[in-house]
Every structure is written in C-alpha cells, then in structure tokens.
Design a protein around this ligand. Structure first.
Ligand code: GLP
Length: 251
C-alpha cells in the first residue's frame, strides 16, 4: 500500500489525476473503473483540463462505473450516469460505446446484474485501474457492510448512512433512492491497480479502520489491504487518525 499525503483537496485532486493520466499515456487503451460521489469531482476536473491541454485522449479508453441508483429514469440529473456525463464524459473524447454503467431502470434488474458482471469479467486481465472513494461506513461503490463479501454485481438496499451521504446531491431528500445496483468485490480486487481517494475529517476514522483495522465484510473497504497495488491519495484531514495511530506512518 502506498499512501500519498496531500495538504488539501486541490492537491489530492491534482495528484490523483496525474496517476490516472499517466496510466492513459502509458496505455491509451486502458480500461478504467470510475467512482462517483463528491470526492472524485476534483480529480475529474483535472482530467478534463489535461484533455483540453491535449496531454491525454480518452478516444481508446474503456470506462466502467461502480454503481447506479435504481431510479425512475437514467436521465434524471442525480443518476450516476448523469453524474459521469456532467463531470467527465461530456467534456472529453470518450466514445459513448466505450462507457458502461449498471442500468438502474432495466426491466429485469437481476438480468442487468448478470449482464454487467459478464461485461466486467470479459475485460482481459481485469481493469487497469479502479478509482474508489469510501463511504463513512466503509462502503466501496455501494458494497455495504454485510455478513459476507458479495462477489458480483447485485441489488443493494442502501445503508442509512449511505442515504444520508447522498444528501449534498439532492434538493429534496425524499427523492434519494434507497436501492442501487453495485459491483461486488471481484472486479475491484481483480483490477491491476487501485486508487483510493479520501478527503475531509469525516473520512479519518473509517480510513484508519479500513486500512489498518481487521479485514472484515463489516468494513467493506478493509479488503483493499489485501490488494498488491493499492495507492491511497488523501488529504491531511482524512489521514489524521492514521497519522495519530500509526507512528510508522510519520511524514
Ligand atoms: C457514494 C458512492 C461511492 C463513494 C462514496 C463516498 O455513494 N457509491 O462510490 O465512494 O459514496 O462518496 P463521497 O466521495 O461523496 O464521500
């Protein structure tokens, strides 16, 4: 595990974008797993800038997403599909046919879960990079705390803390979906490299538990400790508990 300590969110976003941009430059046909939520917004803004400066092209990049709400329509402004268009895909040259995300309005959600798991399993050698945020309850994607680790794409009832965590994206909180489709841990752990990003004091306790606590499905992100290529890019607020509890992690 490599931990990149950043002074603030701006530096975190810049350094995380440099990692993903390097991957795209080294391998223009990279398959990348993208995350949603507030944390990656700065990363995506930096990637857009790099594209606009002609430093990178997404023309041959393939994109998957971790999750999608079970919604009334894909076009609603708060779907993760809309989020990715707003913050990245509509600003760069990624062909629409190169992007895939679970369809939260599929007629048969179980069939859609199987389709998406199949699509991920067909990526030769696994995703080149999986970008991850972390929920305050330790969820990755929407793999929520549970008695076991789900391996493949599945329907999930969102935890209360996850529903609360969506509030910044909704004017009317009653509209926040309570169910979603999410990948399981198989494509995450099969990815060649993982980039976990975290910002702010509200992530400090869970980051300590996830990265230095017991590996348990009750803290889903803790399984990331077992991945051989995990890079964590976080700001000092999110790293406060780790720095306080692990003297070997001195700066
Ligand atoms: C969201 C997403 C996760 C994300 C997490 C943290 O709901 N399903 O992929 O990592 O919750 O989001 P944020 O970055 O806004 O704290």
């Amino acid at each position: 595990m490599t931990i990149v300590w950043c002074s603030n969110y701006e530096e975190l976003s810049r350094k995380a974008a440099a990692i993903i941009a390097s991957q795209i430059i080294i391998k223009p046909t990279s398959t990348i797993g993208f995350a949603t939520g507030s944390t990656p917004i700065g990363l995506y803004a930096n990637l857009v800038k790099k594209y606009q400066n002609k430093e990178i092209s997404f023309a041959n990049v393939k994109a998957f997403n971790l999750d999608e709400y079970i919604t009334g329509s894909r076009e609603v402004g708060w779907s993760f599909s809309s989020f990715m268009q707003t913050h990245l895909f509509s600003h760069v040259d990624i062909p629409e046919e190169n992007t895939d995300i679970p369809n939260g309005v599929a007629e048969d959600l179980e069939v859609e879960c199987a389709r998406y798991s199949e699509a991920l399993s067909e990526v030769p050698g696994g995703l080149d990079y999986q970008i991850l945020g972390i929920g305050t309850n330790g969820h990755i994607g929407f793999v929520e705390p549970n008695e076991f680790y789900p391996l493949d794409t599945h329907i999930v009832d969102l935890a209360e803390s996850s529903i609360i965590g969506q509030r910044p994206f909704f004017e009317d909180w009653s509209k926040i979906p309570t169910r979603a489709l999410t990948v399981g841990i198989r494509p995450i752990m099969h990815a060649k490299q993982l980039l976990l990003i975290a910002s702010g004091p509200e992530k400090s306790e869970i980051l300590q538990k996830a990265l230095f606590g017991v590996v348990t499905s009750k803290v889903p992100a803790s399984i990331l400790q077992l991945h051989k290529n995990l890079t964590v890019v976080a700001d000092k607020e999110a790293l406060a508990d780790i720095l306080a509890n692990n003297p070997e992690c001195s700066l």
